[in-house]
Design a protein around this ligand. Structure first.
Ligand SMILES: O=C(O)CCC(=O)C(=O)O
Length: 326
């Protein structure tokens, strides 16, 4: 964030004092939705595929996913990459069924047919849910993350179930640097859709190359209103910045760096866009000295760890390499 005089409207230094869902309600309220009122359309039918057993998913997600040098170079230059067939179609549909069940239990609405227009979130599901643990602590996602970051070993920051309901507006332009109060830039989020995402559903979209974040250093983050989102969009449009906004096939997963600027359009289908977003970081990172409200509920993800400490609580297991006996 830029070095300009801080005012009440821009001071984010206080900690977040509400829950995780309140954080997301606040965050999406910062998106500019002017002109995003195209009609809602029917989503394509969900694929009808054989659903694997829990053991089948665990075995699948433990297998490595070798990357080419070109793929790693693409990520390093552009700050994101979309990889196909990271999950089998059956593993995706099994994930969707479990996430919908969890969302219904928490919010008392069917995310596909219930109240619309909201961005629902659930975090820290994996400690109490063996099936979700297979997707979150997956050696495959850990290995891809470590290889993309070119680090030896990664830990889990948190899991994040994101359900953008039918009709819900844009995700504002942002990078994740301040979301994770870590003193490293070796941080990557694996954004794993739990269904295919056609353009009308609002796939995650990435500005590139990675260093376009420097263009918007001078745009001041505002705690309310849509000024920051509009400011970033204007700078990118003026600078002719390239944006990758493409559909996600079933099983495709994107990986984005914590300096990658990204956004997502309104979900203008009649189905929730359900995603599991797991964040991983290089082992050895510390908590920054002064986390802000932009880091939300971070202490929940790292109990007992304070500013300046090595970020390695029991809720931040090493996901890659697989430890003996794991
Ligand atoms: O799902 C979205 O629309 C936003 C997710 C996001 O920004 C992230 O996972 O970093």
């Amino acid at each position: 964030m830029p070095e300009t005089a801080t005012t009440d409207a821009t001071d984010v230094s206080q900690p977040w004092d509400q829950d995780n869902q309140a954080w997301w309600d606040w965050y999406v309220s910062l998106a500019d939705n002017d002109g995003a009122d195209a009609p809602v359309v029917a989503a394509p039918p969900l694929p009808d595929v054989a659903i694997p057993s829990d053991d089948g998913v665990i075995a699948e997600l433990a297998k490595p996913y070798p990357l080419t040098d070109d793929q790693i170079a693409f990520f390093q230059a552009n700050g994101f990459i979309k990889l196909k067939e990271v999950f089998s179609p059956g593993a995706v549909m099994k994930l969707r069924a479990e996430l919908i069940r969890l969302l219904k239990a928490e919010f008392y609405v069917d995310p596909d047919t219930g109240a619309h227009d909201r961005f629902l979130s659930l975090e820290m599901i994996w400690p109490d849910n063996p099936l979700l643990r297979a997707y979150v602590l997956s050696p495959r996602l850990g290995q891809i993350s470590a290889d993309l970051l070119k680090v030896a070993s990664v830990r889990l920051y948190h899991d994040n179930v994101l359900a953008k309901q039918a009709g819900c507006g844009r995700t504002p332009w942002h990078f994740d640097d301040h979301h994770f109060p870590l003193d490293t830039h070796d941080v990557v989020t694996a954004w794993a859709p739990a269904q295919p995402i056609p353009l009308e559903m609002g796939p995650l979209a990435f500005a590139y190359p990675l260093d376009v974040h420097k263009l918007v250093d001078a745009v001041t983050f505002e705690k309310t209103g849509t000024g920051y989102d509009r400011g970033v969009a204007e700078v990118f449009a003026r600078g002719g910045v390239a944006v990758d906004e493409t559909e996600f096939e079933i099983g495709e997963v994107s990986f984005h760096h914590n300096l990658s600027f990204h956004t997502a359009a309104r979900n203008r289908t009649d189905r929730s866009r359900v995603v599991l977003a797991n964040t991983y970081y290089a082992d050895g990172a510390r908590i920054v000295d002064a986390p802000t409200m932009v880091s939300g509920d971070w202490q929940k993800f790292m109990p007992g760890v304070g500013p300046g400490d090595v970020a390695a609580s029991e809720l931040n297991p090493i996901c890659w390499p697989v430890e003996d006996g794991a």
